[in-house]
Write a new protein. Sequence first.
Length: 202
Amino acid sequence: MAYLSVLAGLVIGGIVLWGWFKLHQDLKQGGGFRPPAAPKARSDAGPNALEEFIAAYRRGEVSVGTPAVTAPSPTPAPAVAPAVAPAVTPSKRDPFLDPAVKLAYHLCKVTFKDHHVFAYVPLTALATGSSGEQALARSNVDLVVCNPSMCVVAVIDVVRPETRADDAAKSDYLRSLGIRYLRFSANSMPKPEELRALLYRM
């Protein structure tokens, strides 16, 4: 009986000794006692849940507890005004008479020493009232010859290469006023005696 008691004591002692040894080894290898790790919470979201959330937030479909900020509507761009051509700065006409008109002017002054000669006269200055035609209202004549009493004797235009060969409207208008209308070529001016005959011929 005593033998069985001793054997049971040896078995229990061996078990205790083995348990103590195992605990000692675990503490030595793990660097201290660590509580068992809590089981990881299982995520219900898929692997792309974060990317989908960010995309939805950027689209304004998700709020995070603060009022959604609405982007201001773009203001329409101001209408662009059409380009305006720059104004042409006027400059003094110098010399006042171009060479062809200047030659005709001196010819008139030599031929009619007691007459008055005016240059670049508006056609509307030769009559009272309106001609009724815009083209005539904007027209000028190169020279107006007046007698000593300041009555118009004749109107002279100098024909240049770029000038139209004839201006029937101007000619008819002056004829209706009873004013003689003469056209001289810039390359062939009449002589003084020829000019006198042209102005005072019947």
